[in-house]
Write a protein that binds this ligand. Structure first.
Ligand SMILES: Cc1cc2nc3c(=O)[nH]c(=O)nc-3n(C[C@H](O)[C@H](O)[C@H](O)COP(=O)(O)OP(=O)(O)OC[C@H]3O[C@@H](n4cnc5c(N)ncnc54)[C@H](O)[C@@H]3O)c2cc1C
Ligand code: SF4
Length: 317
């Protein structure tokens, strides 16, 4: 691990200012992703700004009837929250499908959204990777790509976003609240928060340098039955090969987002109109234009079958 300095910020704008003004500075939340990447020297921050004293660890009701989740709320506390368990069950289900109890105790809401890809070549500093070292090439294209993206990818990068929580937040139409170093705040729809790789796979979100996530807001509950179905290589402690987050009403209509297939949670609202016709009709539209590799083409029928299982549960529960 490279040498770095460390400080604890006491105010969100001060934290944003330090990171914006100091090249090589990064926020530190639970540390469960950042420290692993630092040990491998994939991330080499020169200064860490610890955000744990910023009092961003509360879940509050909003005036609109939704919830405002502080950036520092742990995954464990979020999944266990009484209001989340009753009104936003897809979120609880997605979070508990991820990582381990110990990790969820440390991992935070903001850190989870900001975690980096699990592409094996990104984690191997000896291999070319445009995300880790822009312009060096992509070892996954033409390499081993079983886990990687089938849609939304580019000639520069075919990585997936690994977060389960983000897929549930996408189906719930969450928004990411931030503050910048000049004190300006903004709210970013989660649909626009993560970027597709395009020509710049190293730029993963629309955050500006030093912009701090302060909270994630959920609109008022939408009812319906909530599902998170995660297909993975081991029963626990593994990232999604494919996941389906869905909220489905008694009439068979609803919302659906996929994880494990793209550089961001994958939702196409127009495809949801086909939900009453079944999974094949939805995925034909949701995954139109997919460009799988020979290693991961199986994800297309897998996504359809996983959605079919969810729709069947919705019909019979
Ligand atoms: C063995 C293992 C298995 C895992 N399995 C899963 C899984 O199945 N599903 C899943 O979804 N996840 C999984 N994870 C990932 C885990 O969920 C993430 O590591 C965790 O959510 C990151 O949160 P953190 O608070 O520790 O972030 P940190 O590691 O502290 O930070 C991560 C990134 O977020 C940035 N950041 C932190 N806070 C802010 C903020 N407020 N504003 C702006 N930027 C910020 C940091 O600068 C850093 O770049 C696994 C991790 C491990 C180690
Ligand atoms: S898919 Fe993306 S993250 Fe993986 S090696 Fe290629 S550029 Fe790097």
């Amino acid at each position: 691990m490279r040498a770095f300095t460390y400080e604890r910020a006491s105010d969100p704008v001060q934290a944003a200012r330090i990171v914006a003004e100091r090249p090589g500075a990064k926020f530190l939340a639970g540390g469960t992703n950042l420290l692993d990447l630092m040990k491998l020297e994939i991330e080499t921050p020169t200064h860490l700004v610890d955000v744990q004293d910023l009092r961003l660890d509360r879940i509050e009701e909003t005036r609109e009837g939704g919830l405002r989740i502080g950036a520092l709320v742990t995954n464990t506390d979020l999944a266990a929250d009484r209001r989340v368990r009753s009104d936003y069950q897809v979120l609880t289900k997605a979070i508990v499908a991820g990582a381990s109890g110990q990790l969820r105790n440390k991992a935070t809401t903001a850190g989870n959204l900001m975690q980096r890809t699990r592409c094996p070549y990104f984690y191997d500093p000896n291999m070319p990777c445009n995300k880790r070292r822009p312009g060096s090439g992509c070892a996954a294209i033409g390499g081993y790509s079983r886990q990687l993206a089938v849609i939304g990818s580019s000639d520069q990068c075919i990585a997936t976003h690994p977060s389960d929580m983000a897929v549930a937040m996408r189906v719930l139409d969450a928004a990411v609240e931030t503050v910048r170093s000049d004190g300006a705040a903004r709210s970013i729809p989660i649909a626009e928060f993560h970027r597709l790789p395009g020509e710049t796979p190293q730029v993963e979100t629309v955050l500006q340098p030093g912009e701090l996530i302060t909270a994630v807001t959920l609109p008022k509950p939408i009812g319906g039955r909530h599902f998170y179905e995660k297909v993975r290589d081991r029963a626990s402690y593994a990232f999604a090969v494919v996941s389906v987050a869905a909220v489905i009403g008694r009439d068979g209509r609803g919302r659906v987002a996929l994880g494990g297939v793209a550089h961001k949670p994958w939702r196409v609202e127009a495809a949801e109109a086909a939900l009453p016709q079944g999974a094949k009709a939805v995925t034909a539209s949701l995954l139109a234009g997919a460009r799988p590799t020979t290693h991961n083409a199986f994800k297309l029928p897998l996504a359809e079958r996983t959605l079919a299982a969810v729709i069947s549960q919705a019909r019979h529960s």
